[in-house]
Write a protein that binds this ligand. Sequence first.
Ligand code: GLU
Length: 378
Amino acid sequence: MRNFSKSKRVVIKLGTNILSATRTADKAATLTTNGGIDSEYVVKMAGQVNSLLKMGKQVVIVTSGAIGMGAGQLKLSNKPGDVRMRQACAAIGQPMLMAEYRKAFEQFGVTVAQVLLTAEVLNNRKTYLNLQNSIETLLKLGVVPVLNENDSISTAEIGTAFGDNDRLSALVASKIDADLLIILTDIDALYDKDPKKHADAKPIDTVFEITEEILKSAGSKGSKFSTGGMKTKIEAAKVASNAGCKIVLANGKAENVIERIIAGETIGTLFLPKRKLSNRERWILNSTPAGVINIDDGAIRAVKNKKSLLPSGIKSIEGTFEAGEVIWLNNKAKAVTNFSSAELETLAGKHSTEIRKLLGPKRRDVVAIPEDIVFVDY
Ligand code: GLU
């Protein structure tokens, strides 16, 4: 179902939690050698980004970790709460962070560029256009822009901060017309309940619409070193989704996670771009399908062009369902079927004129009408 082959411009957001080396036993040593960043991880991630570049995609990275690295360098055990200390830590940590990116990408012959942002830069039309020009130019040159908030000069106290890099990444993805925003964190997916509190919490594969309920399902804050929790990630997903961007939230530590996401593997949670839906379409999308009707390419093309689904295009049926239930069409669209699975077994491949002959009078002459077919990805 997931298909990112057409996603040309990808923004990848890397959180402090996944960039930090485990702060365990040899804490002091880790912190003094490289400020606490997991250099090996950055190299692996750079390799995956390089694969995307080779596929012809453009990649922008939004990174956290400046304040954390600065705090590590100063041997502080916590990310400082005090504004001035945070500013100082960011000034210390940001060049260290960039050095890690530069070193890692160099191994693949890829050049990185640092771009530091404040909320003011994005809000002001002139500076925003300058930003857009420089990012476009860097991308054309095959360079990977690495963005972060300019924490040394922007603070929440003077209203110039983004608050967290989740929001920053969503705003950037929206403003540069990215097709896909990948938010990498230390949680596998969005769950239907807070997984830290409920053992039976289930991961959600796809969010068709970011509703109040989804926002409420988000758990609390992340670690002491990161700013954003699940809530800020969903709020960020909402911003990007409103701008027509797809968002995948996944565990950044999963093996080859970036390449697997791009290959279409169902990993993490996919948030689809916002679109106008009728109440019925919304109901169809949010229903769990009772089975699958496998249809041929011609039928897929027809229903995509707002035609009804006819029995002649049906190849096979999976599952047992009743007329009126929501089913999958090839895992591509959800639809309300006018016939039960047993009836469809009889009808598969037949011409519409045979429906009444086979099933008796007063039967519908199509399997599903266009209004009852909603493509999940579009
Ligand atoms: N800009 C901050 C940093 O680089 C991180 C903010 C966040 O994690 O959301 O340390």
